[in-house]
Design a protein around this ligand. Structure first.
Ligand SMILES: Cc1cc2nc3c(=O)[nH]c(=O)nc-3n(C[C@H](O)[C@H](O)[C@H](O)COP(=O)(O)OP(=O)(O)OC[C@H]3O[C@@H](n4cnc5c(N)ncnc54)[C@H](O)[C@@H]3O)c2cc1C
Length: 391
């Protein structure tokens, strides 16, 4: 089961969320053939993306597309969909989440023309998106972005590199944050929409990861863009990047819960079927203690994600802090849970491509992307400025 029914029944969620959660759970169970073959993450990612679009799971990415799907930017839906997809398969969650990540800045800041051009095909899964912030020399410190966008008479010229870009090798459209220099540091960044076939943009070698996903570096060499490729306002790129990350961090927490719940279900089945010392492995007290700890952590993570998503959907400014709390707690504890589940399996948990071994590799990156755990701690601690009294 991808979800904890008791948590779904809490007032954080409306009946439409619960219904959608059940639908995505069934859809995943009926479409496992989409991610059976993981040999080529580019091809599998695109196949999953097309299917997600065809079956309406990306419909919310196009607010002009009518009432199918859920409201654009509905964080509770995003979280629930990621939880179920991550439970089913890493590449399924990846295909969904990167498309949503790339479309969200266009939904929130795009002109009518940009929205018309890009969102309908993104919602159909026929146009693949990517969001490019990181660079070989710049990760956590986003304000230090170096990719240069020089203003010229007929638009902008981009020169520099991006690194670690999810969907880098398969995207048709990149949302790129570059330095335009309206001000120092964070004040001098602008977001651009760059079609992948723009002359001067080259996709580098695929980057192999411990859990293979479509992943590549980008190079911009005298890459000329028209003025209408600016997303939002010149100088507003940092705000766009932070806003998107704030909204998506809680969804990373949701995906972490999906991975952890899958590992737990597999370990429970194993422990209830394996005989040891004349009884079931599950009946050993230390094993019970392991599962009790896991259950507490899963509950806490699910509640933190639900709170952050509920607040974000209400427009509560506290959602940013709680999004970081949800990501930090859920990803760190999912790592612990998956590791504990491998331990329950013993040697069988280390067999290449078994469920526990795959999850063990797949869970690791969630503590790094969209802001590392250390960055989340800085954000959370930074929010405490008004509390306590300095003597
Ligand atoms: C699977 C995956 C997908 C990704 N997808 C994308 C994508 O689509 N687009 C994109 O732009 N990027 C993407 N990234 C890159 C990701 O956002 C960066 O890896 C992340 O922001 C961290 O940057 P870094 O790797 O350069 O590490 P660094 O910033 O160099 O950090 C290295 C270490 O220093 C720590 N650190 C940083 N600041 C502090 C501090 N103040 N105090 C203490 N410790 C600190 C970090 O926590 C980390 O442990 C992806 C990464 C992964 C793994």
């Amino acid at each position: 089961m991808s979800f904890d029914a008791g948590i779904l029944a809490l007032p954080f969620y409306e009946p439409r969320h619960v219904e959608r959660a059940r639908q995505i759970e069934s859809w995943c169970a009926e479409h496992t053939e989409l991610w059976d073959d993981q040999a080529d993450p580019d091809a599998t990612g695109l196949r999953i993306l097309r299917a997600l679009g065809e079956h309406g799971w990306l419909a919310a990415l196009d607010p002009a597309g009518g009432p199918q799907g859920l409201a654009a930017g509905d964080c509770r839906s995003l979280c629930l969909l990621r939880e179920a997809l991550a439970y089913a398969d890493d590449l399924a969650d990846f295909a969904f989440s990167i498309q949503a990540l790339a479309a969200t800045p266009i939904v929130r800041h795009g002109t009518e023309e940009q929205q018309r051009r890009y969102l309908a095909p993104m919602a159909k899964g026929t146009l693949c998106g990517a969001f490019a912030i990181s660079e070989p020399e710049v990760g956590s410190d986003v304000a230090a972005i170096g990719l240069k966008a020089e203003r010229v008479a007929d638009g902008y010229v981009l020169n520099g590199k991006k690194a670690w870009i999810a969907n880098g090798g398969i995207a048709d459209l990149f949302c790129v944050i570059a330095r335009t220099g309206e001000g120092p540091g964070a004040l001098g960044l602008t977001a651009f929409l760059v079609p992948a076939n723009t002359p001067g943009l080259t996709v580098g070698q695929r980057v192999p990861l411990i859990a293979p996903r479509s992943f590549a570096d980008l190079e911009f060499l005298d890459c000329r863009l028209p003025p209408d490729s600016v997303l939002g306002r010149p100088g507003g790129g940092f705000v766009i990047a932070m806003e998107v990350l704030e909204r998506f961090r809680m969804t990373v927490g949701a995906a972490a819960i999906g991975f952890a719940r899958r590992a737990t279900d597999a370990a429970l089945t194993h422990a209830k079927n394996r005989s040891m010392y004349g009884a079931r492995q599950f009946d050993l007290q230390l094993v019970k203690a392991t599962f009790a700890e896991i259950e507490v952590e899963l509950n806490a993570a699910s509640l933190l994600v639900a709170r952050a998503a509920w607040e974000a959907d209400r427009g509560d400014p506290a959602a940013a802090k709680h999004s970081s709390i949800a990501k930090l707690y859920a990803t760190e504890h999912a790592q612990h849970i998956v590791d504990a589940c491998v331990q329950v399996f013993g040697a069988a948990g280390l067999v290449a491509d078994s469920v526990p071994e795959r999850l063990y590799r797949q869970i690791r990156s969630l503590r790094i992307y969209e802001g590392t755990s250390e960055v989340q701690k800085l954000i959370i601690a930074g929010s405490l400025g008004g509390r306590g009294r300095a003597k």
